[in-house]
Design a protein around this ligand. Sequence first.
Ligand code: ZN
Length: 229
Amino acid sequence: MRRLPLWVLPGLLWGAYAPGAHAFTLTAIRRGPRGARRVALTFDDGPDPVHTPKVLDLLGDAGARGTFFVVGERAAGAPDLVREMAARGHEVENHTWSHGNLWLRGPGATEREIVRTHEVVHDLTGRPPRFFRPPWGMVNLAVFPTLRRLGTPCVLWSLQPEGLRPVAPHEMASRVLRGIGPGAIVDLHDAEGVPGAPGRLLDALPPMLEGLRAAGYACVPLAELLSPA
Ligand SMILES: [Zn+2]
């Protein structure tokens, strides 16, 4: 009988641990109830000391409130900005500590990535996060027991106008306005992940917010979107 190559068993185990764990994201939150014209604008990867305050001003001018999935180490480095987000009525939620790829993190490191950010957000805002979003939507099997223990469900999105490739601001706004519907969860980025993403967001937000207002949508934080109207 031929012997299997040495990498087969670790490869199978990793496949079950990382890509295989995506079966659990079938139950992740991707949108809210469709009964009311409410949507959630969510902002990943910040806070960014230059761009995030401008996002807060644009939202404030439009009477919109959003949900910020912050990177823990960035939040810890900009404590006043995180407090300001919360004080202005936005939600501050968990997007891991270092924004690493969870496919490449073992169980202990995964738990630390989630718990450290949970604690820093709690300390800064006085309220523990209620939701978790994994970087690039990528998970592993260790994510889910930790989320259960913290009581923070995994949130993905129903609409992502810019993914890994840059999208022009006017196109980003029009993708949102074309794809929007009651209960939509829109995934945006207020800090650098894809190069130039926050700058493009600042140009896309005014027409996006105006279009949503004109179509009768209220932009509310996630917890509000997901609670009965
Ligand atoms: Zn991210």
